[in-house]
Design a protein around this ligand. Structure first.
Ligand code: PAF
Length: 277
């Protein structure tokens, strides 16, 4: 069956099949990372819906909302190739009521790490994700581990608000040289792209170490040696569920997360680190 393009709730209801449904929320500009999410969704449900919506609520003043890449025709072609059943692409003006009052508050966890650098970002992200869950009513929703704090916040929202959906995290897809795939990579010049490789190099250096102090030291050393075009925002080693910093002694999984500006482009990346024995 050919791909269905849904623009609103009525279209979504018409397109709904009888079996299980998986949702892959995206802001478009689809790349191989999104394709891996779609393939995972295909394995998990009878019908796959990909949403394409650049959500104004999760961008702060001065961020890249207006220039965020919008490549809708290519996104549709990618979805067709991946056997997606429905693309849900609401018009910007149709998603939010003009007199909208109520939104999701991400709480304390939304104000730390990435949330400290992007005030309001997680409130806006969770608000649109909850709306997408309510509109699409998926059994399963797939998100990338690349946005690790986003994934944790969505799991938190689903638990705290009893949202009836299973949240599945998918591994980060990387270029052969280590750069994590991101829609924002297309902003980088060739030179900036080379500088950006310091992020994944730092994570790999830290990931081999056995204790929090040594993980931080190894990753920091790589970043300190990076060219000055790389402007570090944060490097943290956090508990994957709460995003609070972990310290020695610590055993188990932690997330080593980094954010930096390379030229005008802000990039984030992370790796799961296994500490202790
Ligand atoms: O990860 C993204 O692309 C966005 O934050 C999401 C989850 C689609 C919400 O707008």
């Amino acid at each position: 069956m050919d791909l269905i393009l849904a623009r609103n709730r009525t279209d979504l209801i018409k397109a709904r099949g009888g079996g299980t449904l998986a949702l892959v929320p995206t802001m478009g500009a689809l790349h191989e990372g999104h394709r891996s999410l779609i393939r995972l969704a295909r394995d998990r449900a009878d019908q796959v819906v990909v949403s394409v919506f650049v959500n104004p609520l999760q961008f702060g003043p001065g961020e890249d909302y207006s220039r965020y890449p919008r490549t809708f025709d290519a996104d549709l072609a990618a979805c067709r190739e991946e056997g997606v059943d429905v693309v849900f692409a609401p018009a910007a003006g149709d998603m939010y009521l003009p007199d909208r009052q109520v939104s999701v508050c991400a709480g304390e966890m939304g104000r730390i790490v990435e949330g400290a650098s992007r005030p309001g970002h997680f409130d806006g992200m969770l608000t649109v994700v909850l709306k997408l869950f309510n509109l699409v009513r998926p059994d399963v929703a797939v998100f990338g581990q690349k946005d690790a704090q986003q994934l944790s916040m969505i799991r938190r929202m689903v638990a705290d608000l009893d949202v009836p959906v299973e949240v599945v995290g998918a591994p980060t897809v990387r270029e052969p040289d280590g750069l994590a795939l991101s829609s924002r990579n297309r902003y980088l010049s060739a030179g900036e792209r080379r500088v950006a490789l310091a992020l994944s190099r730092a994570l790999r250096a830290g990931a081999g170490e056995p204790t929090p102090a040594r993980v931080r030291a190894a990753a920091s050393k790589v970043l300190a040696e990076a060219p000055p075009e790389l402007e570090l925002d944060y490097l943290v080693l956090v508990d994957p569920a709460t995003f609070t910093e972990v310290s020695d002694p610590y055993e188990g999984e932690a997330v080593l997360a980094v954010a930096a500006k390379v030229g005008a482009t802000r990039l984030i990346d992370n790796m799961v680190v296994r500490l202790g024995r």
